[in-house]
Design a protein around this ligand. Structure first.
Ligand code: 0A1
Ligand code: ZN
Length: 875
């Protein structure tokens, strides 16, 4: 396949030959052909531009009707087409380039470029969607000011939006109207946006720190107008937070968010005109779960924070993607931690990282947070770039401390405002502001894979000396056989036998050790008795850590560690250790018995009413099947599923009465509110109910049904529904699912939850249900949210069914990928992920998974997206 030749390398980066000073666009939107006129004022770049050819990019679906340089229309012999490239060989040092292109947004199912979502026009230009609109040097280091005129039928599209401020408008006799928008900030084309539709909005204003009033507008369909308030409140909180924590003020007079139903990702930070997946902006107690509310708050903040970390300072090239994404995820995580419970947020982020990012880091698509090459950049919007990238920024924060980190970010923004820069520039600003040497730390940007820390220790009772030994290593990853030792900040403390923190240095009870060598030892003097170490507090580095804890020590840490995150982590380690032994027993035909220490430890936590309820719920949640799979050398799907269910049932039986009383004590009176304390009560209450349901006693089915009926909010209603739907009470499940659909059939996002609950049912027969649901009138193969709910739910979150021994789950996914490949390459390639992990399974499953990958690879017309993932998975 010639596609292999299209691999792009970071080492080949060259500065752009030409820069675009200004871009003036005119969109004539129609039901069939949309016409786009683009006028670019171009000048040769100082370094080596003059005399070079002028390169633009355009997708094959874009019809080039006309191209002119300084009013001279070019004929085909004046330029060359090479794939997506259009090369004009001879141009003056400064010139006007005009193009006219014709596109069909209504047929655009890839949802990149200009497309239609439920009758409205909208755009998605990151990373290379702009080339599906017009011919343009759409690389992030070409930044231009944009003036955009949108013209459309006034009755169908009364609202016409683009980046910046509206400056002119008018209408014509034929029922059409137009508005011109100007964005004074130079930006790369990936931040361009346009929306045209019949939209309603809510409006508010925000006084900035220097007392400018910013108009805030959130647009959606009329039926969703009552679901926009929470996003507005979150936006204002995020604006205030960025002023207070980073000293960053918003810069335009207007900030707009538009909710669209068809969207490949969560949301997009287009300058002054964010476009959001409805799932990340709409929120209402009746239709949105607590997790949904928190997602809205986090994503609204994330896109807002991009205005500085992404837009004002952007990426030089796409290899630098984590420059904006890692930093912005770190910023939004800190914001959410400040708005809600810090420890809970940390636990959630670490759980995601350790299950899904660690798995990615160990798979065939593993890449450093600054990849060295790619075939399709859309494949690199990954957990590694985002979440591990955020962990790397967090480590810099840990190493420098709050104050110096802020000095570093101030310097970064000041030094690079208006520029397109690299991750190295970011690290350099942090170094320059703090005086700290981060040269070894930079390896985090170039080495893939999850480092492992192996600890051992010794205590000398005569000398009162404790020594902690650390070995670090990092497994090989594609293209990187060996790794250098990294600079790993290790936050740790020592507990005495009573469970109190020992004071280590300067009155500190938590130290950050610099682990920098392959093998290192740290000595602690004046330690009166053998301590229990608390390691990697707060998860101070994205690594796997191994210390030979005894189960009793983990129980001790669960009860005593002063670090909330580490108490949760001790509970996870204890449960993992117990479940791994049980998996071993199950595989060897040994009858299972649960270590009573887990029941006792869980009881102690349930009985302690002083603890944060949200953390109690987290501590009592067993490690997921996905996490146990990540930890396994060879994944035994059936054993993992069986053992986890066994442990849940044993815990439920052993703790039945206290679970029931905590369930009752957590009931909330009064109106729903998504504040941290109420969310905590609901999560603990639903956790108790799910354990009680694990007993499979009919009285708890009745309790779940009662909760369903009485629920005044989606959190409690959908929790009850999924417990019943996933139970062995088939009739009750069927009845409740029907009832739920009847109630919510007009709410697309709720119907998606209904799809997801059915797709994740671990009971046998789910594949047939999913196949039937794909024919349901509410399902739409072209809508990514519905695909994620049904296909993503089944293949990605229902291991026991997806991995059925007869391979039917794999065949089903293979069929869907082949259907989706042309229709929406980005979504197709994301959905492939579960198949790419074939190496972790037993021989029989491996063969069947590989057969599907091979079948996809052998088929004609593969998109670059799917080709890259499949070919790398089979390599
Ligand atoms: N930059 C956005 C995410 C995003 C990335 C790519 C997209 O299309 C391929 C769309 C959105 C963010 O981080 O929120
Ligand atoms: Zn982002």
């Amino acid at each position: 396949m010639s596609q292999e030749l299209n691999e792009i390398f970071l080492k080949d980066y060259q500065a752009p030959r030409y820069l675009i000073e200004s871009t003036d666009m005119h969109f004539e939107l129609h039901e069939q052909d949309t016409l786009v006129r683009t006028r670019m004022q171009v000048t040769a770049n100082v370094d080596g531009g003059a005399g070079a050819a002028f390169e633009l990019f355009g997708h094959e679906d874009v019809e080039l009707c006309r191209i002119a340089i300084n009013d001279q229309v070019l004929s085909e012999k004046d330029y060359q087409r090479q794939g997506e490239k259009l090369i004009v060989k001879s141009v003056p040092a400064s010139f006007l380039c005009e193009t006219l292109t014709r596109i069909q947004p209504q047929d655009n199912t890839a949802l990149e470029g200009l497309y239609k979502s439920d009758g409205m026009f909208c755009t998605q230009c990151e990373a290379e969607g702009f080339r599906r609109i017009t011919f343009y040097p759409d690389r992030p280091d070409v930044m231009s000011v944009f003036r955009t005129t949108v013209e459309a039928d006034k009755a169908l599209y009364p609202v016409l939006l683009s980046n910046g401020n509206p400056v002119e408008q008018g209408e014509s006799d034929d029922g059409r109207h137009w508005i011109t928008w100007e964005d004074p900030f130079p930006k790369p084309a990936y931040l361009f946006a346009l929306v045209a539709g019949d939209l309603e909005y809510i409006e508010d204003s925000y006084p900035t720190m220097s007392d400018r009033d910013v108009k805030l507008l959130i647009y959606g369909e009329a039926k969703d107008l009552d679901k926009l308030e929470y996003a507005m409140a979150s936006l204002k909180n995020a604006m205030r937070w960025d002023e207070e924590v980073y000293g960053r003020e918003y810069d335009l007079d207007i900030y707009m968010i538009v909710a669209v139903d068809f969207f490949n990702m969560g949301a997009m930070e287009n300058k002054g005109l964010n476009i959001f997946n409805t799932s990340c902006v709409l929120a209402h107690p009746k239709t949105t779960t607590d997790a949904g509310f928190q997602r809205v708050e986090g994503v609204v903040a994330h896109e807002y924070f991009h205005n500085w970390s992404g837009n004002r300072v952007t990426c030089r090239d796409w290899f630098q993607l984590s420059l904006k994404e890692g930093f912005t995820v770190f910023r939004d995580a800190e914001f959410s931690a400040d708005m809600n419970s810090r420890t809970v947020k940390r636990v959630e982020d670490v759980a995601l990282l350790r299950t899904a990012q660690f798995a990615e880091d160990a798979g065939p698509m593993a890449h450093p947070i600054r990849p060295a090459s790619f075939i399709e950049i859309s494949n690199f919007y990954t957990l590694t770039i985002y979440e591990k990238g955020a962990e790397v920024v967090r480590m810099i924060h840990t190493l420098l401390g709050e104050e110096q980190f802020r000095a570093g970010s101030d310097l970064y923004f000041e030094r690079h405002d208006g520029q397109a820069v690299t991750t190295d520039d970011f690290v350099a600003a942090m170094e320059d502001a703090s005086g700290r040497d981060l040269s070894q730390f930079r390896l985090w940007y170039s080495q893939a894979g999850t480092p492992e820390l192996k600890f051992s220790d010794e205590y000398d009772p005569q000398a009162h000396r404790y020594v902690l030994h650390v070995q670090q290593s990092c497994p090989a990853s594609p293209g990187q056989a060996t790794k250098e030792p990294m600079h790993i900040p290790l936050a740790m403390g020592l507990l005495d036998q009573q469970g109190n923190d020992l004071t280590l240095v300067n009155g500190e009870t938590t130290l950050v050790l610099d682990v920098t060598e392959a093998e290192q030892s740290f000595t602690f003097e004046n330690i009166q008795s053998r301590p229990v170490p608390s390691l990697l507090r707060g998860f101070s580095a994205p690594v796997k850590s191994h210390y030979p804890y005894q189960r009793d020590e983990l129980v001790f840490l669960m009860a005593n560690d002063s670090d909330g995150f580490s108490r949760w982590d001790a509970a996870q380690k204890l449960a993992v250790d117990i479940m791994q032994s049980l998996i071993h027993d199950h595989q060897n035909g040994v009858a299972l018995t649960l270590d009573p220490r887990l029941v006792d430890a869980f009881r102690a936590i349930l009985e302690d009413s002083t603890l944060d309820k949200a953390m109690v719920a987290k501590v009592l949640t067993l490690p997921s099947e996905a996490y146990l799979s990540e930890l396994a050398t060879e994944i035994d799907v059936d054993a993992i599923h069986h053992v986890r269910n066994f442990v849940r049932k044993e815990l439920a039986q052993g703790l039945e009465s206290i679970l029931l009383s905590v369930y009752e004590a957590c009931e909330l009176a009064g109106e729903y509110s998504p504040d941290a304390a109420s969310i905590a009560r609901r999560s603990l209450r639903n956790l108790c109910l799910s354990y009680l349901m694990a007993t499979e006693e009919a009285r708890y089915l009745a309790l779940a049904e009662e909760q369903y009926v009485n629920a005044d909010n989606m959190t409690d209603q959908s929790a009850a529904l999924s417990m019943v739907a996933h139970s062995r009470f088939k009739q009750a499940a069927h009845k409740l699912l029907e009832r739920f659909y009847k109630q919510w059939q007009d709410e697309a996002l709720v119907v998606n939850q209904w799809f997801a609950i059915q797709a994740t049912n671990p009971e046998p027969g789910t594949l047939a249900d999913v196949e039937a649901l794909m024919q349901h009138p509410a399902f739409d193969m072209k809508n990514p949210n519905k695909l994620r709910a049904l296909l993503g739910g089944f293949c990605g979150q229902n291991a026991i069914n997806f991995h059925m021994a007869d391979g039917s789950g794999y065949r089903f996914l293979g069929d869907r990928i082949l259907e989706l490949n042309k229709q929406n390459p980005q979504v197709a390639s994301r959905m492939l992920t579960p198949l790419t992990r074939w190496k972790k399974y037993g021989e029989a499953r491996q063969q069947q998974m590989k057969a599907q990958l091979q079948r996809i690879l052998d088929s004609d017309g593969l998109s670059k997206d799917v080709y890259e993932v499949v070919s790398k998975s089979l390599a």
